[in-house]
Design a protein around this ligand. Structure first.
Ligand code: NI
Length: 135
């Protein structure tokens, strides 16, 4: 039986956002989100995990160069130095860390395959991360 493993590669991007629901009044937004309504930036860290059998020839779950290329082209190039609120992905949802993780999953799952993509972990800073695994 082929051994299975889960491998994680780390990426980084810097992006700006603010918490704001267009359907709410400014006062309501202020009440719910406080200072988070003010545009600001974060240096995000993204951990992408893939799982599967360890290829007997390469000794790897996935070609790490391929993983780096896919995540860079699909996620990092899109979000790095971007205003997340201006991205269509966040037109109808607040760019919280939770929703960023969800959006990244939805971008990567078709490229990597939902069976091979094991999870994404988005760190907003050293004190907060969110895990999403497609469920
Ligand atoms: Ni923030």
């Amino acid at each position: 039986m082929t051994a299975q493993a889960r491998s994680t590669r780390r990426f980084a991007f810097a992006a700006g956002h603010r918490y704001w629901v267009a359907d709410w009044s400014p006062a309501e937004n202020e009440t719910r989100f406080g200072r988070l309504t003010v545009p600001h930036g974060h240096n995000y860290t993204l951990d992408v995990s893939v799982r599967g059998p360890i290829d007997e020839r390469t000794g790897m779950v996935i070609d790490l160069g391929e993983l780096k290329r896919i995540v860079t082209e699909t996620v990092v190039d899109r979000f790095d130095h971007a205003d997340l609120n201006a991205d269509p992905l966040f037109r109808d949802r607040v760019p919280t860390t939770e929703n960023i993780a969800l959006a990244i999953w939805d971008l990567l799952a078709p490229k990597l395959g939902p069976d091979r993509l094991a999870g994404v972990r988005v760190w907003e800073d050293a004190t907060l991360f969110v895990d999403y695994d497609g469920r």
